[in-house]
Each structure stands twice: as structure tokens, then as C-alpha cells.
Ligand binder design. Structure first.
Ligand SMILES: [Zn+2]
Length: 147
């Protein structure tokens, strides 16, 4: 997989506020990889990205790909918002906060795929997938196959 430079991340995600701590997260998204910082010393996962482990104060935190398994912690259906390619507020745009299987309390915000709005439930097991938005991959979660 070819390396994506910081400038390319900024060019491809012009609406994101990029900094030294979160650029690896967004670089991962462009490669269809969900990268969460993990402490190399104690194993703690940390999201949003932070340069130091909040448990052991190690600065050896590494962007690490997660399994993509999790459960819906909360969700909402947006009926209005800023114009975004591929987002239809008129029919409702689902936004879910998913607690990742890697560690209690580690959550990411994304949209959904392959599920009707009225089927969404807190606690629903979900799996990471990717949808296209304006030509770029965006993380989404769909019901887990075993559910
Ligand atoms: Zn640590």
C-alpha cells in the first residue's frame, strides 16, 4: 500500500481539522483502515488520539488497526446539517457511536450501512465496513452477521 503524505491527507480531507496527533487516524481512513492509538507499554487503547498514554504516561503510543467489531453505544438520525456529498438529510442521516470490542469506553463515530433507521438499537453488535462519500472512503457500521 503506497504511503499517503500529510499533504495528501489535508488535500483529500479539506474539512477535517488535522494535527500531529490525529493525522494517522485520518491517513488510516483513506486506506480503509481504522487506526486507534494503542500504548505499546501497557496496551491501553485511546480515542481520540493523544500523544501520551493516560494510564501509564508512556509516549510510545502507536496507531493500531482494530478488528472493526463493536456495539452501538448511541445513535441519532440527523435531519439537517452542513451539505456533504452522499448525505441525504431529507431521508435522515444516521450517525452511530460504536464502542469497539478492543476496550470498554473506546468509541468511534461513524454512519451506518445495510440497516434501516428503525432497526438501529443501542447494544446492537456491528461490524466495520466502508462507504464512498465524494470519492473517499468513510467508515460505516452494519449489523454483525451473527446478530
Ligand atoms: Zn500505557
Amino acid at each position: 500500500m503506497s504511503e499517503i503524505t500529510d499533504q495528501q491527507v489535508a488535500d483529500r480531507l479539506p474539512d477535517m481539522w488535522l494535527d500531529r496527533d490525529n493525522v494517522e487516524f485520518y491517513r488510516g481512513l483513506l486506506q480503509r483502515r481504522l487506526l486507534i492509538n494503542r500504548c505499546a507499554d501497557c496496551g491501553r487503547w485511546q480515542q481520540p488520539p493523544f500523544p501520551i498514554c493516560p494510564s501509564c504516561w508512556s509516549d510510545d503510543v502507536r496507531p493500531t488497526e482494530v478488528s472493526g467489531e463493536g456495539t452501538i453505544h448511541s445513535f441519532t438520525i440527523l435531519r439537517a446539517g452542513p451539505p456533504l456529498p452522499g448525505v441525504d438529510y431529507a431521508s435522515g442521516h444516521p450517525v452511530v457511536v460504536v464502542e469497539l470490542a478492543e476496550q470498554q469506553g473506546v468509541r468511534v463515530t461513524a454512519t451506518t450501512a445495510d440497516v434501516a433507521h428503525e432497526e438501529l438499537r443501542v447494544g446492537m453488535p456491528v461490524t466495520l465496513t466502508w462507504v464512498d462519500r465524494g470519492g473517499e472512503p468513510v467508515p460505516a457500521f452494519r449489523p454483525a452477521a451473527s446478530a
